[in-house]
Design a protein around this ligand. Structure first.
Ligand code: FAD
Length: 429
């Protein structure tokens, strides 16, 4: 069994804040480089992940996991280009600012960068009267970086690099330039006063002492696909157990070719998930003891003559993804007439409260018998909610039966009711 290491708390790594306006000087710095990835350790092998943020080709900050722990460093300061103007940010002037990411770990990963831009007053309080869009970041086009428009706001730009970033490689720059919109200068007040020497014009800027803040957060996303059964050396060469491509061959009851020896889980191939291994083991032990099976992994719905899998499959992404039973495409390929209810999460109360409106729920019912055949969820808590739908498929419930019990408000679960209602609205069409 793999050991799962503790999830690492987001770590602050990198930062920069630069004082704005003609009379200002360079100020203090703050920013963050964060990992949401999890590390898995298999026996003594430790994965090495790491990312380095670069600006104009120079490393600004890095965070790497190398064998015995995290190592992070770098100046942490962005906007070194301001040295060109002695640390002052000149509104209207376009500064070269090429931000990129280098994979400084030992394994390939996907990367995401979140840029935060905002204004602070002289006392460090965020000022919302000035638009973050006055800080113009010239995003690079056709660079392989894409802006996630749905997740981005004027203050927060979320960018994904669309290719896996190989160990040691760097992405092209995600942005090319930085400029403060000179509109900010229109907020100038001039006072003319008479002195013995003549007329004195005093110019004051309404935003004197204000700070422009730019922060970059970098995530490394690990991709782990393709596993094989680890059976090498499992049996003595004299044990005549039947194997195929490294997997132990079993019959429908998990019995091997040697009477009295059963095999379950990853070693037999098929769906390699912890809950499947556990269910198969329960099934075998119950069978050995002549106890009726308490768990099933597939069932034959009333509209079909072949079994469908009721194994929930979950992806712990953001938002989470979970699926059970048939998909719409699979049902159509099998020629099963279906009704597919959909619900987009941006109308769900709990999603609105938690500001996680991205997501969708699909529930499939047999058009004739109304029994549930499958469900796919992509939303917060999808991996928790899929259990209810797996239970419904295992018990051959219809859309009416799924609607008998109300779902509490405000919960993500309510959206399941909405998707079911949507499928019912399609009846008779
Ligand atoms: C990175 C990663 C992430 C995963 N995430 C998920 C997830 O989120 N959800 C999920 O459901 N599944 C997940 N899985 C899959 C899940 O871990 C496996 O499907 C599950 O552990 C299989 O259980 P098993 O009992 O068949 O094998 P294992 O859990 O691997 O157990 C086999 C045991 O046998 C022991 N063993 C091996 N050889 C011998 C020997 N010769 N003698 C005695 N003992 C031996 C091993 O040490 C181990 O303890 C993940 C797997 C990986 C690699």
């Amino acid at each position: 069994m793999m050991r799962k290491r503790k999830k690492l708390a987001p770590a602050v790594l990198l930062c920069a804040a630069v004082a704005l306006l003609l009379l200002s000087t360079v100020g203090s710095a703050r920013a963050a480089l964060t990992y949401y990835s999890e590390n898995y350790a298999m026996e003594v092998t430790v994965s090495s992940i790491g990312v380095t943020l670069t600006e104009n080709g120079e490393p600004v900050s890095y965070r790497n996991y190398i064998e015995d722990g995290w190592s992070d460093s770098g100046t942490g300061l962005l906007l070194t280009a301001l040295a060109e103007s002695e640390g002052r940010l000149v509104p209207g002037r376009e500064y070269t600012d090429e931000l990129g990411v280098t994979n400084s770990g030992a394994i390939d990963s996907y990367v995401r960068v979140i840029l935060y831009r905002s204004w602070q007053d002289g006392e460090g309080r965020k000022d919302t009267t000035l638009s973050p869009e006055l800080i113009e970041i010239g995003l690079a086009e056709e660079s392989g970086w894409v802006l996630d428009g749905k997740a981005s706001t004027p203050e927060r730009l979320v960018l994904y690099y669309t290719e896996p970033l190989l160990s040691g490689e760097s992405t092209p720059a995600l942005c090319r330039s930085l400029r403060v919109n000179p509109d900010i200068l229109s907020r100038v007040r001039e006072e003319v006063s008479e002195t013995a020497e003549g007329e004195v014009i005093t110019t004051s800027y309404r935003y004197d002492g204000y700070w422009m803040c730019l922060e970059a957060e970098v995530d490394a996303v690990l991709v782990s696909v393709g596993r094989t059964a680890n059976t090498e050396g499992l049996f003595d060469a004299d044990v005549p157990i039947r194997m195929e491509n490294g997997r132990i061959v079993v019959d429908d009851f998990f019995a091997t070719n040697i009477p009295g020896i059963y095999a379950v889980g990853d070693v037999i191939g098929g769906i390699q998930l912890a809950h499947v291994a556990s269910a198969q083991a329960t099934y075998v032990v119950e069978r050995m003891n002549d106890v009726p099976a308490s768990v099933i992994v597939e069932m034959v719905p009333s509209c079909l003559f072949v079994p469908i899998s009721i194994v929930p499959s979950c992806l712990y992404t953001d938002p989470e993804i979970a699926s059970v039973g048939l998909t719409e495409e699979e049902a159509r390929k099998k020629g099963v007439p279906i009704r597919c209810g959909r619900y987009v999460m941006d109308g769900n109360g709990q999603s609105i409260i938690s500001k996680e409106e991205r997501g969708v729920i699909k529930v499939l019912f047999a058009a004739d018998s109304d029994v549930i055949l499958g469900a796919q969820l992509m939303c917060p808590r999808a991996t928790d909610m899929i259990g209810e739908l797996a239970t419904a498929i295992a018990n051959g419930l219809t859309s009416s039966q799924l609607m008998y019990a109300m779902r509490a408000h405000p919960t993500y679960n309510e959206a399941i009711s909405c998707a079911i209602e949507n499928s019912r609205a399609l009846r008779g069409r």
